[in-house]
Write a protein that binds this ligand. Structure first.
Ligand code: BMA
Length: 684
């Protein structure tokens, strides 16, 4: 295989404009305009409002290049686009080579007929994602929630939150957002590789199911090299029978991969090579962690369990929900993933939910999760809206999206669950205005897709990873999606329904995949978007950087319910963060004490811009008080007090694999420190 990168310096212009201007690929229109100084930083003040025009227009990108000779001689040449955001048409030397309509798909275009020796020009035209969504929505209105998002998003396979969210701005990115390159092939190329693990009697068989796409008749051979963490390599090979081969490598003394705090994360490197004689036609690399993961759902006295079990050990899942780490995806790379996910692992998280309103994350994201021992609850990209799931072209588009992303991620050590969508089953059952006769078709299409079509696609592409129809859900069929006796729940009575934190203690739950409380980011972060004269929680700018209606008022109301209102803004920012930490502590400590519960993922880990939100780490990576607190209440061995009025129960939770023995010392004191009672007791 011969590869020619096409990332780097490009040009762009608004469609039909006179002059081309410098651009960077991967990148996007907003960041290119920002680099030119054409727009101000949309994250400052209310600049966001002044850049709405960008996403309402069409944009063109182009670059010239000289084709590598080896490519010109190849039997097949593809222009491979790992990410086009979102409606795109492509020309090579003024020849149309294809179109794209899905931000989450890789598009390979056969360009053998258009590529020529010497100078070539590649051009990509992007249609406005705002205008296109609005036009399609005018034809067939989709149900969306809240006034925090532009309309029509569900019609496009684009990150739902790019249209705005209750923590995110309305800044729909546009552009070549992932790598783009030419790939030339000889006789054949690898078209599908499925790595599976078979654990038995202390051995692990790594089995590679290999499919090739061939254009010549040469005999093909596949070679798999597995390198253990200690550097020891095992190799196995097989001739392809036509376009298929299966190779197995038996690992006799496997080093097992464990979630954070339960053990180490030894990683094996798998290299697969496709050969014709001595010639290497194609190659792929996979990072593998040897482990078993199951979602154990068994009937019990509380209903049905919902427990992730790794290498036979039940795990109490501790973590948070992940959203895109920047409104402009190309500004997030390995450094940001390592910092944010490293912070999660440092605070004893062992799971992260990739929430269904963003996008299937970068390889670097899953590399970090593999390395840090963060299990991934992976949503498919559907959130809080109805989708045209009864339209054939939409379904065909989804089939490719699902097949590609499942094939891309299914070998990952960190992958624990495929989840159909975010909050749509519960929307059909509990949200007003959804389950009406006019929407009967949309509801039937929902059920058909998430109960039948999607699980079948997942089972076909990744039978080893569990599928869950929606979050929250009790298993589907619109049966009490947020019920709590089975499956997972989203507990929003605190915050959204203004209930006191103690409400968490009345919530029976098997797995709490969302619950949250807002706070402002650190003052230094507030200062990045608000000048001191705006440092008032009810000022226009502070309200602009608050996308959950009445959110700032809720912060004040809850603060006043727990503390005396502070004298100044800086203290209110700080105290609000302490309050957020208290809310999450009360919830997590309670659910860790509840033998029926097997996990708590708070909403949310991170931010996509500087804003008041439910995050524990703000847009600039600054830890809020909550993140420090998770380091305590997620600790493998944690002490908690179940204080109810004049009674207080003392509990120790032990999430390690080993027995823990120690001594508990307690004292009841007045605020001035004078002691009323004290005691100590052995604990195991
Ligand atoms: C749930 C999440 C998000 C939302 C959060 C806070 O709905 O799934 O959609 O941002 O609560 O409202």
């Amino acid at each position: 295989m011969k590869t020619q990168p096409l990332a780097g310096a490009w040009q762009f212009r608004e469609r039909g404009a006179a002059e081309w201007q410098p651009a960077t690929v991967p990148g996007g229109v907003h960041t290119d305009l920002l680099a030119l100084g054409t727009i101000n930083d949309p994250f400052v003040g209310d600049e966001e409002k002044r850049v709405q025009w960008v996403a309402e227009r069409d944009w063109e990108y182009r670059r010239s290049f000289t084709a590598d000779a080896a490519l010109l001689e190849a039997e097949r040449v593809f222009l491979v686009c790992d990410g086009l955001d979102t409606l795109a048409e492509l020309w090579l030397n003024d020849q149309p080579i294809g179109a794209a309509e899905n931000m989450f798909r890789q598009y390979p275009y056969d360009v053998a007929g258009a590529l020529r020796p010497g100078q070539n020009e590649l051009r990509v035209l992007f249609t406005s994602p705002v205008r296109a969504a609005a036009e399609r929505n005018a034809q067939r209105p989709m149900i969306i929630v809240g006034d925090f998002t532009l309309i029509g998003g569900p019609h496009l396979r684009k990150a739902p939150c790019h249209y705005g969210w209750d923590w995110g701005p309305m800044l729909p990115a546009i552009g070549v957002w992932r790598d783009i390159r030419l790939e030339g092939y000889g006789t054949a190329r690898l078209s599908d590789v499925h790595l599976r693990q078979q654990h038995a009697n202390g051995h692990v068989a790594l089995v590679a199911d290999i499919h090739a796409e061939r254009w010549g008749q040469a005999a093909l051979r596949a070679e798999l090299r597995l390198t253990a963490p200690n550097g020891r390599a095992q190799v196995a090979a097989a001739d392809l029978d036509g376009e298929h081969a299966q190779i197995a490598i038996d690992v006799e003394h496997p080093k097992l991969w464990w979630p954070n705090d339960l053990g180490a994360q030894p990683l094996y490197q798998a290299e697969l090579v496709l050969r014709a004689g001595e010639a290497i036609l194609d190659a792929r690399h996979y990072q593998v962690g040897l482990r078993t993961i199951e979602l154990r759902r068994q009937p019990d006295s509380w209903g049905e369990s919902f427990t992730f079990v790794v290498n036979g050990v039940p795990v109490f899942a501790k973590g948070a929900n992940w959203i895109p780490a920047d409104s402009f995806p190309t500004r997030v790379g390995a450094r940001e993933y390592d910092r944010l996910l490293g912070a999660a692992a440092a605070a004893h998280h062992n799971m992260v939910r990739v929430w269904g309103g963003g996008y299937y994350e970068d390889e670097a994201f899953y590399d970090a999760c593999d390395r840090l021992g963060l299990l991934v609850w992976q949503d498919f990209m559907f959130a809080c809206a109805s989708y045209p799931l009864d339209e054939a072209p939409f379904l065909e588009n989804l089939a490719a999206e699902v097949r590609q992303n499942v094939a891309r991620l299914r070998h990952r050590a960190c992958l624990a669950l495929w989840c159909g969508n975010n909050e749509i089953e519960t929307a059909w059952v509990e949200w007003g205005g959804w389950d009406t006769p006019a929407h009967a078709g949309l509801k039937a299409a929902y059920n058909q897709f998430f109960q039948h079509i999607l699980p079948a696609w997942v089972a076909e592409a990744d039978a080893d990873t569990a599928y869950w129809p929606s979050s929250p859900s009790s298993g589907g069929n619109f049966e009490q999606p947020n019920g709590g006796a089975r499956g997972d729940i989203h507990q929003w009575m605190v915050w959204h329904a203004m209930q006191p934190f103690e409400r968490y203690r009345d919530t029976p739950a098997r797995f709490v995949s969302e619950f949250g409380f807002q706070s402002l980011p650190s003052l230094a972060t507030v200062a990045s978007y608000a000048a001191p004269e705006d440092w008032n929680l009810t000022s226009y700018i502070m309200e602009h950087h608050q996308r959950n209606l009445a959110g700032n008022g809720k912060i004040i109301t809850y603060t006043a319910a727990h503390f005396r209102l502070p004298h100044d803004f800086a203290s209110l920012v700080y105290l609000g963060q302490v309050l957020q930490a208290e809310a999450m502590r009360i919830g997590v400590e309670h659910w860790r004490r509840d033998p029926a519960c097997a996990g708590t993922l708070y909403w949310q880990l991170n931010d996509c811009w500087p804003v008041a939100s439910w995050s524990s780490i703000d847009y600039f990576g600054r830890w809020k008080a909550l993140h420090y607190a998770t380091r305590r209440f997620f600790a493998p061995v944690a002490l908690s007090v179940d204080d109810r009025g004049t009674a207080a129960g003392l509990f120790v939770s032990n999430d390690t694999i080993a027995t823990w023995s120690g001594e508990l010392r307690w004292a009841l004191e007045r605020l001035d420190g004078s002691q009323l009672r004290a005691g100590r007791a052995p604990v195991q």
